[in-house]
Design a protein around this ligand. Structure first.
Ligand code: PMV
Length: 324
């Protein structure tokens, strides 16, 4: 038996990844930029075992089969090829936050799986190799490998498409107050959404202007300029959702409460509070603010109709091996 365990955090993108140039290798149509979320954690153990007839996956105590297991097997196959190993593996993964509701559990899940599987197989991969490995399972997972504020350069091919940190977690005391409106699984997976992106007449315009937004966002982070971050983050989220809503078939992830939170956040910023919103492939709203305001923002969000609960996260560290 060969075992290892790892933890990883999800991330929230300020500049979004939506659409693949190569869906098999998951080479994105644009580069993206995100912040890891401390406190929200996936913990995964992998055991390669000569006795196992097939790979097994347990997620939050439930055995997973079908497409979920296939995605895990595809990553394990890459690891087995690199390590010259034929043993099947058992992967056990636990999230301490709701799965599949716009909190990017696939990002932390596949980042933790990549680290645990590589370590269990005896591979010594560097951060870039781990990021590439995670990317092939879930694009955004490549951004959960490095720590802090992370850029995923789209690259040209498998070798050049990986994520790297632009600043460590302690660089900027930001918080993500996640207004959880629904804990149910999203109706359309992001995998399917990436495929539909190209059917929107707005996707070409979004992609053509993404590099410029990323440069503005990177600069805002490096200079800790909240107003600049707020404007480009909301613009980028709105552009991605415009693409989603105009795909065929259209994807409408927002609920009435999503709009209630968006309007409240815009009003609070107009009153001088450093807050902005961003939304992934689900109804929940990620409300980014300076940490000094996080308790107040969480309290105010909690009072809005339709908000079930608020999870608060700070900039998180890298995916890492832990002692089992
Ligand atoms: O990594 P995936 O396939 O789950 O795609 C994630 C896409 C978004 O969360 C909507 C945007 C992003 O960049 O994280």
């Amino acid at each position: 038996m060969k075992n290892a365990a790892a933890i990883a955090h999800p991330n929230i993108a300020f500049i979004k990844y939506w659409g693949n140039r190569d869906p098999v290798l998951r080479l994105p149509v644009n580069s993206s930029l995100s912040m890891n979320l401390d406190g929200l954690t996936t913990r995964t153990t992998v055991s390669f075992d000569p006795q196992l007839p097939a790979d097994r996956l347990t997620l939050n105590g439930q055995e997973v089969s079908g497409a979920g297991l296939q995605r895990v097997t595809a990553l394990l196959d890459r690891v087995r090829r690199m390590a010259g190993l034929s043993w099947r593996a058992e992967a056990r993964s636990e999230n301490n936050f709701p799965t599949g509701a716009g909190i990017a559990s696939s990002a932390s899940g596949f980042a933790a799986l990549a680290v645990a599987a590589a370590c269990a197989a005896g591979l010594e991969l560097d951060e870039r190799q781990l990021s590439r490995l995670a990317r092939t399972a879930s694009g955004s997972a490549c951004r959960s490998i490095p720590g802090g504020f992370v850029e995923w350069q789209a690259g040209e091919d498998d070798q050049t498409s990986f994520a790297f940190a632009i600043a460590p977690p302690e660089h900027w005391d930001l918080a993500d107050c996640i207004a959880v409106l629904s804990q149910t699984h999203k109706p359309t997976t992001s995998q399917e959404g990436h495929r539909l992106a190209q059917t929107s007449p707005l996707q070409a315009a979004r992609v053509a202007s993404a590099a410029q937004r990323l440069a503005v966002c990177r600069q805002a982070i490096l200079q800790r300029d909240f107003e600049a971050l707020a404007q480009v983050t909301e613009l980028d989220s709105n552009l991605m959702h415009a693409v989603m809503m105009t795909s065929s078939p259209p994807l409408l992830y927002w609920q009435p409460a999503t709009l209630t939170v968006m309007h409240a956040v815009v009003a609070w910023r107009a009153q001088g509070m450093p807050v902005c919103y961003t939304i992934d492939a689900g109804p929940n709203v990620h409300v980014i603010c300076e940490q000094a305001y996080a308790a107040q923002v969480a309290r105010q969000l909690q009072e809005l109709p339709g908000v079930q609960t608020v999870l608060t996260a700070r900039p998180g560290g890298a995916a890492r091996r832990i002692n089992d």
